[in-house]
Structures are given as C-alpha cells and as structure tokens.
Design a protein around this ligand. Structure first.
Ligand code: ADP
Ligand code: NI
Length: 217
C-alpha cells in the first residue's frame, strides 16, 4: 500500500475539487469539520484512525440529495478513487460500507452494517448537523431549495419513511423536529453524546427565541 499520509493528501485534493461548487452546508468545509471531529472522537475509541479519516473525507463525495436520489454514485466514486490509489480491498470495502450507512434519511432505515469506525464518522457527521453550525446549515439548505423559514399551520411530521423524508418540502423549522432535535439521543459514542448536549441546548434556545420574535415581542 502507498504511504498513508500521501493517500490522505490526495484524498483531500480530490474531495476539495469534487465539492468545489457544492451548497454551503455540504461543501468542503462540512467535510473538514466532520474530519476534525471524527479524529477527535477517534482518540477516545479503540478504532482505526486511517479508516475514520478516509471515510470522513469521502462520506459526502456525491450526496444522493444532489444526484436525483441516486445512492450508488457516492460509494461508486469512492471505490473508484480508492482502487486507483491501490488501497487494499478490505479497506476499500469498509470505507464504502461507512459511506452507504452514515446517513440519517428520516431515521427509520435499519443499518445494514456496523463498525466502530462507522459509529465515529456518523457521530461527527451528526454533530455538524446540530448546534450553531446545524442552524446555519439547515437554513442554507432551505434557502438553496427555496423553502419557507416557518409556517405556523404546517406541522412537523415525525416517523416519516425514507422516501417521504426525502420528498419533504416543508419549512426549515420543521427539520429541527423531524431530524435535528432527535440526533442527541442517537449518538453512538460517549464523546459524541457529550459534545451533542451543548449543541442541542443551543438549538432549543434558538427555537424559543425564534418563536418569541415571530410573535412580535
Ligand atoms: P443525511 O446527510 O444524514 O442524509 P440529511 O439528508 O437530512 O441527512 O441532510 C444533511 C444536512 O442537510 C442536515 O443536517 C441539514 O443541515 C440539511 N438538510 C437536509 N434536509 C433538510 C431540510 N429538509 N431542511 C433543512 N435542512 C436540511
Ligand atoms: Ni455529511
């Protein structure tokens, strides 16, 4: 196998160029934050940090949301890239499984694969969906999709199946109830849970303030 530092550097270069025109919440800087948090969490877990770092870097290489719902493009692109760089098949398979299973998609899909490295990357990706960054990303995505900020008569829908979740065009505030506020209780690792607490409280505070201002006080 080629030198691990070289592979990481090449992956960074590849991901940055692939995501050059990505929406602000799913761009290189999302990947950067997930990578940093994943490596931080990895220090507290008995896991392979090389797999964690590569999977974090490649986890949104082609998000199905931005590719007409196609869930194979991301894993296929990642596999092609890793094969071209002569990584061993077991490492490639593991990273591809992480990419396939990291996403939330309404929270009602049974995960078909488990590993500590997936748990770590998933926690880092979930942390980036909550807190101040989570608020910013949600409204950026809503704006990108032309969604309303909030509508008092359109209520959040819990327990959506994967297809309904993907099709939803609800106001961005609903996304807090449909996903963001649920993440704290779905963290996999102790470190992830601890980091999620403060970010969760921040979102609750944000929502309180939002309704106060909405109602004209
Ligand atoms: P995953 O990447 O786990 O599949 P999502 O598809 O929900 O999860 O998208 C990841 C991020 O994109 C969310 O954390 C949020 O910032 C943004 N996002 C996705 N769907 C919505 C939505 N309906 N409203 C607002 N933001 C969204
Ligand atoms: Ni992500």
């Amino acid at each position: 196998m080629v030198n691990q530092n070289d592979i990481i550097a090449k992956t960074v270069e590849y991901v940055r160029s692939e995501l050059a025109n990505a929406e602000g919440g799913h761009d290189w800087w999302h990947i950067h934050r997930v990578r940093v948090n994943a490596l931080k969490i990895a220090q507290e877990e008995d896991c392979n940090p090389f797999i964690v770092e590569l999977a974090a870097l490649l986890h949104d290489i082609a998000d199905s949301k931005f590719h007409s719902g196609n869930e194979d493009i991301g894993p296929t692109k990642a596999r092609d890239f890793l094969e071209a760089n002569d990584l061993p098949e077991d490492v490639i398979q593991h990273i591809v499984q992480i990419i396939r299973n990291v996403s939330f998609k309404g929270g009602h899909v049974t995960q078909s694969f488990e590993s500590i490295e997936l748990a770590v990357v998933q926690d880092a990706d979930r942390l980036d969906a909550i807190g101040a960054i989570g608020v910013a990303r949600a409204f950026n995505y809503g704006g990108h999709k032309g969604r309303l900020l909030y509508h008092p008569d359109i209520k959040p829908v819990l327990n959506m199946d994967k297809e309904t979740y993907k099709r939803s065009t609800a106001p961005t505030i609903n996304h807090f109830y449909e996903k963001l506020l649920l993440l704290k209780d779905r963290m996999n690792t102790e470190t992830g849970r601890r980091l999620a607490e403060e970010r969760h409280r921040f979102m609750e505070h944000f929502l309180e303030q939002f309704y106060t201002e909405w109602n004209g006080i």
